[in-house]
Every structure is written in C-alpha cells, then in structure tokens.
Design a protein around this ligand. Structure first.
Ligand SMILES: [Zn+2]
Length: 145
C-alpha cells in the first residue's frame, strides 16, 4: 500500500471516529506530506470542509510553484468543489482511492490535463459503503442531494 494513500485512509478513519464522514486526503510535495485532513462538515458544521479542502486548508498558503509540483491523495473521487480547487491551484496529479460509491468530476479533470490514478482500494470502498448504508441522509447532504 502506498504510504500516502495509507495516510489519507488514516485521516478518513479519524473522521469516522469523530462522528464524521470517512473521507481523507493528503497533499504531498517532494515526497513529504505538507497538508493532511478529513471531511469535517459534521464536526465543524461546515459547508466546505470536504477531505480535500481540509487538506488544502491545513497546508496553508503555498506558492503556485509548490501546487504545480504537488500530488493530492484522496480516498474518494473528488466532487465538483474539490475538483475546482485542484484546477484553480494547478495540482497536476490526483491519486484516488475509489470512485465506485461516488464518481466526481474525473472527466473534467482529465480534460483539463490533470493526471488521475484510481487505485480501486478495497479499504476506501468498504469505509464509504458502510457509511452510506448507515447514514444515507448525511451522505446525500455531503454531495448536495
Ligand atoms: Zn469534495
């Protein structure tokens, strides 16, 4: 298992333990995690704290150059909001844990030249499947449905 995807899964599990939605993410630059986070919509009553947004926020302000040399890891296919942030900052590569429970804006990202690698990771898949089965309302709220 890729150690960075493992870190993103650890974040997702932490979110679940806090009563939140189990999606985690890390931003990696030059082989180092510079930001890590997990979905905190429930924990913080937030409209925007998806896992990827939380990792980006926790990385703090970075130079355009740094974003262009970074890789974003996320346990779940990125939604329209998170894909927008990826495009805005010019992050060139995204490693995705799974896209079976939710398919985000992968076509848009690819069209805009972002390299995507979908791992079809079973741990990511089972975390989301179990969560969606037990908390369908909370999940639908997260994706605006
Ligand atoms: Zn998102």
């Amino acid at each position: 298992m890729d150690k960075f995807m493992q870190a993103a899964i650890d974040e997702a599990r932490q979110g679940l333990a806090e009563g939140g939605i189990p999606i985690g993410s890390v931003l990696v630059h030059n082989g180092q995690i510079i930001g890590r986070g997990h979905n905190r919509r429930v924990q913080q009553g937030s409209a925007i704290r998806h896992g990827e947004m939380d990792a980006l926020e926790n990385a703090g302000r970075q130079s355009a150059q740094t974003y262009r040399e970074s890789v974003l890891y996320t346990t779940l296919s990125p939604c329209a909001m998170c894909s927008g942030a990826i495009l805005l900052y010019g992050i060139p590569k995204v490693i995705i844990g799974e896209n079976q429970t939710f398919l985000g804006e992968e076509a848009l990202l690819r069209e805009r030249g972002v390299q995507l690698d979908v791992l079809h990771n079973n741990e990511c898949l089972h975390l989301m499947q179990a969560f969606i089965a037990t908390q369908p309302t909370l999940w639908n709220e997260d994706i605006g449905e």
